[in-house]
Design a protein around this ligand. Structure first.
Ligand code: UT7
Length: 324
């Protein structure tokens, strides 16, 4: 008998305001044609003035709890993945905790940028596996619009705001790959790649928030290699192959990265959940947003093998394999 973290429900939230590629072309020297061809992105949601990461997170969390049929009183922990917290401290997770009316347990943020949700799932899964918690809320929430340099066409067209969440509950399994729940997680980081994707500000360096800076081509090159290898490592850990995957739920940065990764894994495009056209890159929110979409529209069903993967600044990257 082993403890498995079952995924009981998902939820997500997107801010109301949508900015199309044509509208982006009014802000910087770009075009719908360029953005679509190079990234697959058609539009992105942008948080309203005063709408904070915790606000987005709260909507997603409430929806996930409702889908899971779990009450706030049953939650033992909240892990919130974000690189755009409301404030330097306290953790945005504790803001969400208070707004949910959760008065016990513990809550903290995880910062692994676009890999944040996968990192958060791994952290929560390990708490559940050792028995330090039974029920966890894992949230990915971002307001990247706040850290974009809106005059840099190389980055500002790529990102959007949003939030997604899942509820995990510990259940007993027999230890095999047919168990429902998280079967394996793998995390990596390589801090030497800092300069390829970072924000040029922060409390202890510039005492300001700063803006996102990226060497896009370099990130692209590393993404395909790192993502396909971490997917294979994760499958290998439980003796499965990429042909066993029912759904690949990748971090949504660029349609070309999704296509290249799927091709490297010999996965047909029909088995890849793609939302980048509608959401752009929502960093830590992209995987749970895609999960929520694919469970709501009935593609991901009970018993399916789902592989989530992501890569982001740091570099950080990782994967989470789950039987739905
Ligand atoms: O979530 C974390 C990870 N982030 C990523 O995974 C992003 C990875 N990288 C990428 O997705 C792609 O590298 C980009 C979409 C960022 C860029 O695509 P690219 O095919 O690598 O283009 P590039 O950066 O090499 O730029 C090609 C040309 C350049 O012009 P020249 O030098 O060839 O004249 C750019 O100045 O495209 C130009 N360009 C643009 N043109 C119109 C760059 N951004 C834009 C733009 N509109 N928005």
């Amino acid at each position: 008998m082993v403890r498995r973290s079952q995924i009981l429900g998902c939820g997500s939230y997107l801010p109301e305001r949508v900015i199309t590629n044509d509208e982006m072309a009014e802000l910087v020297d770009t075009s719908d044609e360029w953005i679509t061809a190079r990234t697959g992105i058609k539009k992105r949601h942008i948080a309203a003035d005063g709408e904070k990461t915790s606000d987005l997170a709260l909507h997603a969390a409430t929806a996930a709890l409702s889908a899971a049929g779990v009450s706030v009183d049953d939650l033992d922990m909240i892990v919130l993945a974000t690189a755009t917290p409301d404030e330097t401290f306290p953790a945005t997770a504790t803001v969400v905790q208070a707004e949910l009316g959760m008065t016990r347990g513990f809550a903290f943020d995880v910062q692994a940028v676009c890999s944040g949700f996968v990192y958060g799932m791994a952290v929560a899964d390990n708490f559940l596996k050792v028995g330090q918690a039974d029920t966890a809320l894992v949230i990915g929430a971002e307001t990247f619009s706040r850290i974009l340099d809106w005059s840099d066409r190389g980055t500002c067209v790529l990102f959007g705001d949003g939030a997604g969440a899942v509820v995990l509950k510990s259940e007993n399994g027999d230890g095999g790959p047919e168990d429902r729940g998280i079967l394996a997680t793998r995390l990596h980081a390589d801090g030497r790649k800092h300069d390829m994707l970072y924000v040029d500000g922060g409390p202890s360096s510039t005492q300001s928030t700063g803006h996102l800076r990226m060497l896009g081509k370099e990130v692209f090159r590393h993404a395909v290699t790192n993502l396909s290898s971490v997917v294979l490592e994760t499958l290998d850990e439980v003796g499965l192959a990429s042909s066993d995957i029912d759904w690949l739920v990748p971090h949504q940065a660029n349609k070309r990265i999704l296509d290249s990764t799927a091709k490297k894994l010999k996965l047909s495009p029909e088995r890849v959940i793609v939302t980048v056209q509608d959401h752009a890159n929502t960093s830590a929110a992209s995987v749970p947003l895609a999960l929520d979409q694919a469970t709501t529209d009935g593609r991901i069903k009970q018993g399916d093998l789902v592989l989530m993967e992501a890569m982001g600044g740091g570099f950080t990257w990782g994967a989470c394999l789950a039987r739905w």
